[in-house]
Ligand binder design. Sequence first.
Ligand code: COA
Length: 312
Amino acid sequence: MPEKRVTNDDLAKIMDTSDEWIRSRTGIGERRITEEKTTANLAAGAARKALDDSGMEACEIELILVATSTPEYYFPNTACEVQAAIGAENAAAFDLSAACSGFIFALNTAHAFLQSGMYRNALVIGADVMSKVVDWKDRSTCVLFGDGAGAVVIRSEDSEKEGIRQGIMGSEGKGGEVLTCRARSNANFLTGKEPDTDYLYMNGQEVFKFAVKKVPECITRLLEETKTEKEEITYFLLHQANYRIIEAAAKRLKLPIEKFPMNIEHYGNTSGASIPILLDEMNRRGELKRGDKLVLAGFGAGLTWGAMLLTW
Ligand code: COA
């Protein structure tokens, strides 16, 4: 996480908002904002910690996937920057863009590569610097987001009992206009247009409706496909966008809110980074026990959504 904490009260000094408004509608109390670090810097920091935990050397890593929608460059990709920073010279490295579902999409993709036998391990990172794409003059969106990165190392092992069991992913491009961040339009000598960039745009209420419907649907489908009872799941780690979305999902699934850990109060919505950050915090606090069944679920721009069942 970037070190700089920005509280709701800090924001209230520069825009017409309040701690009460932000907290009551989202659960967010503060977020981290990076001043110097790029998406790749944050991603590489998380990658180093994940490698330390895994006991693997960077040079052993065969695949690096970075889920991000806020890269520093169109090219090279962020994963190549990470590869250079951590010295994982034997890895193939590429980015994957699925906004706030990005980490689930990347983990699913890495899992498929491992299942196919093409690679034996992968470093999967979710990293976003949302503070550079939100409009700091738009109080309805900028207060929601924060910067951060999280990472995991996965590797192939013959184990029926542990590891990633199954993931599912879905997309609905025709609903995509409710949450967008334009890159560049066709600016060239033929169109005569100047290169432009745009800020994040969001229709908050439409995104809210999409999330509270899609997340429970997709978790239910995952549990049905894997013949798992919802009561068997120790924790549901949902993308941290808004505590009300998470509460609504718990309610629709008829599950106690205690099964849905949250850290949104401290970080806001860190997009592709939110799920691995939460996973890491729980792991470091010793809250995850070997054999726990976890469901991870993400949702976001695209529209995209996805969920994954794993045994810790
Ligand atoms: N501080 C104070 N007032 C604000 C504000 C802020 N930061 N942002 C917006 N407002 C005002 C608006 O101008 C509007 O005022 P008006 O009624 O006078 O026009 C009012 O608050 C809107 O409030 P409300 O109707 O309560 O908004 P809401 O219940 O839809 O909540 C969101 C807004 C953004 C919190 C909510 O729609 C949401 O969480 N959506 C999902 C967003 C999300 O999670 N996106 C990422 C998905 S990956």
